[in-house]
Design a protein around this ligand. Structure first.
Ligand code: PMT
Length: 402
């Protein structure tokens, strides 16, 4: 798995001789698995053509804030929401100054104000400009606001001088960009996640199942790794690759999932149950393939044990987070599940809306815990998973102070 797999990077390119390196950087980010969209300032186009970056990123490059055609394809607020991270490389002295003072006088500075994603700058400028008190003051302001600075490096410069101000090499910037997603809020914690559907056999070739793709659970497993946790993922049958640094246990039926979860729950600090477990299985699955002779067929079903309830009832239960998949009365049903299953938290999602819930690439979640709740607005599942993991980490640490 690549270090930026599934991440969406908005690459800002500002005016400076180092802008030629943005071509290589775009390639490196894509090689690391990221989707890249490029926004250039007017000054940058004097150093590298939008066409070059369009060819390398695979998307039209955005230049203007008020471009009706481009806005129709993806509005600037949508673009700001699209990004999992904003990386400005090279970042000129002028751009740093404008960002430090909250200007929104072009597309890139506006996007930086409008995004909630982490922002990183790779400064590149003449060494005197870098050392100038104004630039250093802007650097401090930006860092105080949580904006990360990658570099600059020291060395010989295009202007013939030597000193600090060289942009870092694209490979190094791509490696640092991967660290933007690492929060360490679950450093050292052991996290168990369930994901995907279960299959309950009716006969050797047929089964009862549901439309869970596993995307939500896999995104949570990945987000927990980024947060520094050791992650075990108990997965029903899905066609997703195992996220890097995740120990995956494959199961098929609800009973197999229950056994696998219980085998790991005792040694876990947190259990997040995103799997869509079948509530019922066939009472007596046929040993041979059922023939279709009969006009009417009755299937006798029996309840599966509830995995979450078994975990929260353990003497040394982990911090237990259940999901609630609802088509109506989200809050009441989710809160009822939280209480009935004695959960520390429940993540409620609607499963009757196109594009979210089962099999969608996006989701929207309402989190409930004793005395609190938080709305996680509609977003791609990987981003939502990171937000969910950060709230879980907060509540977990509140329950288990160091
Ligand atoms: O996999 P995706 O395509 O990305 O879709 C994500 C999702 C919609 C499946 C996911 O976000 C989700 O809602 N998962 C829970 C689905 C579900 O079965 O919800 P439920 O309300 O029926 O169950 C409540 C909770 O009890 C769940 O945490 C479930 O894992 C758990 N459960 C249910 C039955 C059972 N026998 N044992 C359980 O532990």
């Amino acid at each position: 798995m690549k270090s930026l797999a599934n991440k969406r990077i908005l690459l800002g390119v500002t005016g400076g001789i180092a802008a030629y390196k943005s071509a290589d950087l775009t390639r490196r980010l894509r090689e690391a698995g990221a989707g890249v969209r490029v926004v250039m300032t007017r000054g940058a186009t004097g150093f590298i053509t939008p066409l070059t970056l369009q060819a390398l990123s695979g998307h039209a490059v955005r230049l203007e804030l008020f471009d009706a055609n481009a806005e129709a394809a993806m509005g600037h607020i949508e673009l700001a929401r699209w990004a999992d991270a904003v990386l400005v490389a090279p970042a000129s002295a002028d751009f740093m100054a404008r960002l430090a003072h909250g200007r929104a006088d072009d597309l890139l500075s506006t996007l930086c104000l409008a995004t909630t994603a982490p922002i990183a700058l790779a400064p590149a400028m003449n060494q005197q400009m870098w050392l100038n008190a104004a630039t250093q003051a802007n650097k401090s302001i930006l860092e105080t606001r949580g904006i990360r600075l990658f570099g600059p490096a020291e060395g010989s410069q295009a202007c013939g001088e030597t000193g600090p101000g060289r942009m870092l090499e694209p490979l190094d910037i791509a490696a640092l960009a991967a660290q933007l997603f690492e929060s360490n809020v679950l450093s050292g914690a052991r996290v168990l996640v369930s994901a995907g559907p279960t299959r309950e056999a009716l006969d050797p070739v047929r089964y009862i199942s549901n439309r869970s793709s596993g995307k939500m659970g896999y995104a949570i497993a990945e987000a927990a790794v980024e947060a520094g946790a050791r992650v075990t993922l108990v997965s029903g049958p899905v066609s997703l690759a195992t996220p890097e640094r995740v120990a995956r246990v494959d199961v098929v039926s609800a009973e197999e999932m229950r056994q696998a979860v219980l085998a790991h729950a005792g040694e876990s600090d947190i259990f997040i149950a995103a799997a869509a477990v079948a509530d019922y299985r066939a009472l007596e699955p046929a040993q041979q393939k059922m023939k279709k002779g009969r006009e009417k067929l009755d299937l006798a079903l029996t309840r599966n044990a509830d995995i979450l309830e078994s975990v929260s009832a353990l003497a040394r239960a982990p911090f237990t987070v259940g999901f609630a998949a609802e088509t109506e009365n989200l809050e009441q049903n989710a809160e009822a599940k939280r209480r009935a299953k004695k959960l520390d938290m429940v993540a409620a999602n609607r499963v009757d809306r196109a594009g979210t819930g089962f099999d969608g690439d996006e989701n929207e979640i309402e989190l409930f815990w004793e005395g609190g709740r938080k709305h996680l607005p509609r977003a791609p599942k990987p981003r939502l998973a990171r937000e969910l993991v950060s709230v879980v980490a907060e509540r977990f640490h509140a329950k288990n102070p160091a």
